[in-house]
Design a protein around this ligand. Structure first.
Ligand SMILES: [Zn+2]
Length: 180
């Protein structure tokens, strides 16, 4: 299956969020530049293009390298004998890591959803703490913190929120799965 154009890929909010979380704000620019170039680039080239210090670019690349997203090739410069490092960004790896994380997030949300569906919770009007029925009963339905009555807590709204979150994530995953 053909990969979507780099523009579209880097613009996906999920991809941007992931890059930011993994390599810092500049990681988005670094990935976008590498994608646009379509060939291996040096850290100096990226730094020059982005108008930031090369040390900052190296930090970003190292963070991305740690997760297998950025890969480098070492070549010896015949003229001065120094080593050149040229970098590329593995789009496929980004997709893999995001999918992994999102699937985990969905699993957690679904567990939470089931838990909250199966248990009734109690809380005071100040929302000091939300506790299951057994605990609330031990407190005789008086909030241990503020002394107000603890009432059954309405989770319907919260569940709707969780469901929406899950739906959005599944849609985003669908978009990414097309890329793999
Ligand atoms: Zn309270």
């Amino acid at each position: 299956m053909p990969l979507p154009t780099q523009k579209k890929f880097i613009r996906l909010p999920l991809v941007q969020e992931f890059l930011r979380g993994t390599g810092g704000e500049a990681a988005i620019g670094v990935a976008a530049f590498c994608e646009k170039k379509g060939k291996r680039v040096t850290d100096e080239e990226i730094a020059k293009k982005m108008k930031v210090k090369v040390t900052e670019i190296r930090t970003v690349l190292n963070r991305l390298h740690y997760r297998g997203i950025a890969c480098y090739k070492k070549t010896k410069n015949k003229r001065n004998g120094w080593y050149n490092y040229t970098w590329e960004i593995k789009k496929q790896r980004i997709v893999e890591l995001i999918l992994e994380k999102q699937k985990e997030n969905i699993k957690k949300l679904e567990e939470k959803q089931n838990f909250e569906k199966d248990y009734s919770f109690f809380g005071c009007k100040n929302n000091c703490s939300i506790v299951p029925f057994e605990i609330a009963a031990e407190y005789q339905f008086k909030c241990p913190e503020c002394g107000n009555t603890m009432n059954s807590f309405d989770y319907t709204k919260k569940l709707v929120g969780i469901n929406k979150q899950i739906d959005t994530m599944k849609k985003e995953i669908g978009q990414l799965e097309k890329i793999v």
